[in-house]
Design a protein around this ligand. Structure first.
Ligand SMILES: Cc1ncc(COP(=O)(O)O)c(C=O)c1O
Length: 428
């Protein structure tokens, strides 16, 4: 639990030192306690409005870009500072417990994470982000020239480039399934993958939620399909942790990467790699130091990367606690209702939806195509005139992310501004 009193007493000295710049510490001191969960039952809007106060994003700004990075709230930032306060004094009892942070089991951080994502601590390696975990996967599996990896055409650069590198270096082949815009239902995706698998396919790699459209792919069914054909399954789950419920054992995949800095609002640099116990011994280390060749360490051997940023893991633990305190089911429900609202409103405005019409295949990311609007121009205009942050893709795609702490009125402001922009540009 974030120790507010401890944090504030630590922070106050710093606050004086940085007061002139309106320091972070001074801002955090003004953050009220977390709202009681009972408020959610009594007055849902009031509850989320109270939670919004935990975030440093100024009141007049609307952040619709969690798909890129989330904003860490006060309890998470406080825990990071508590982490520094504890580790930087170099007063560890055991002189050999000097901060050689890259050589530890970190079970105090892996345990709550493993509970949260439904696996065992031994199957988790704490890395920096999904890009790093994806690189571990691509680099770590044995493949021969001509062996194929099958993926979608919507993978993030941090997902596809580790395989591009492997293809250039070792002559493996990359094949891609083109996802429809939008994806209609799970069966459509399963058929596409099933039809694309060949006798050379060794691994399927796909985003659980894609960066391009936010579609939630049927990860459990795709993992089962791969297993039934003796193919490895590796999933890029950058967006999933904290956005929606995740149980890796139920999912049944072999490997999974994630970036909890997005939807769990964890600190940047606190990602993870999951490797199913039966697969751990098949994966080579990418970074090697003492322990890389000790199978008894299980997935811990992948997190031995040398000296590391331990306070980020304090923040990760606090972000898990916050999500558990709020309740992930409530968070997921809120994500869905905000996203559904903005999607429906954009459809009323005759936007072309790239978001799945199947509610099971969407969550907190909505994508719409709005030609002839140029998304970059709109992005800048939104930010400069209304302090609304959105993101899109060339030339006319908008990606709207709806973190739980947003209010309806925030989405309405975006929509009003969207209408205003169209009017100003005489777009009908
Ligand atoms: C699906 C997907 N994978 C990987 C990444 C890269 O995340 P990170 O920069 O945290 O490694 C992103 C970022 O947007 C993403 O959307």
């Amino acid at each position: 639990m974030f120790d507010r009193r401890h944090f504030l007493s630590t922070a106050s000295g710093f606050a004086a030192a940085f007061a002139v710049r309106g320091s972070l510490f001074a801002q955090l001191e003004k953050v009220p306690p977390l709202p009681d969960r009972s408020l959610l039952d009594k007055n849902e809007d009031a509850y989320w409005a109270e939670l919004r106060k935990q975030f440093l994003i100024p009141e007049n700004e609307i952040y619709l870009n969690n798909g890129t990075v989330g904003s860490s709230p006060a309890p998470v930032l406080g825990a990071v500072f508590d982490g520094y306060n504890t580790t930087e004094k170099m007063d560890q009892q055991d002189p050999e417990d000097y901060p050689i942070w890259g050589y530890a089991a970190w079970n105090e951080f892996r345990d709550p994470l493993a509970d949260f994502v439904g696996c065992t601590r031994d199957e988790i390696a704490l890395l920096r982000n999904a890009t790093e975990a994806n690189s571990y996967i691509a680099n770590g599996v044995d493949l021969k020239p001509g062996d194929e990896v099958l993926m979608t055409d919507q993978e993030h650069p941090g997902g596809v480039h580790p395989w591009n590198l492997k293809a250039r270096r070792y002559g493996i082949a990359i094949r891609k399934v083109a996802l429809p815009l939008p994806v209609k239902d799970a069966a459509q995706v399963l058929n596409l993958f099933n039809d694309a698998i060949t006798s050379r396919t060794r691994i399927i790699f796909f985003s659980h939620i894609t960066t391009v459209t936010g579609v939630v792919l049927p990860a459990q069914e795709l993992s089962a399909l791969a297993r039934s054909k003796g193919i490895l399954s590796a999933i890029d789950g950058a967006h999933v942790t904290g956005m929606m419920r995740l149980n890796l054992h139920d999912l049944g995949c072999d490997m999974y990467s994630s970036s909890p800095h997005k939807w769990l609002m964890a600190p940047k640099g606190s990602g993870f790699l999951y490797v199913r116990d039966e697969v751990i011994d098949r994966l080579w280390n990418t970074i090697a130091t003492e322990g890389w060749d000790e199978p008894r360490l299980r997935a811990e051997r992948f997190q031995r990367i040398g000296s590391s940023n331990l306070p980020a893991l304090w923040g990760l633990r606090a972000s898990l606690k916050l999500a558990n305190d709020i309740g992930l089911d409530r968070i997921e429900k809120r994500h869905r209702s905000l996203a559904d609202y903005v999607l429906a409103e954009m459809m009323k405005r005759r936007a072309d939806s790239w978001t799945s019409p199947d509610a099971a295949l969407r969550c907190a990311i909505v994508t719409v195509n709005v030609p002839p609007i140029q998304r970059m121009e709109l992005e800048k205009w939104m930010w400069n005139t209304a302090k609304v942050r959105i993101r899109g893709g060339e030339p006319s795609k908008l990606r709207l992310s709806t973190p739980y702490y947003l209010q309806r009125k925030d989405l309405d402001r975006f929509l009003e501004k969207f209408d205003e922009y169209k009017k100003a540009k005489q777009i009908v």
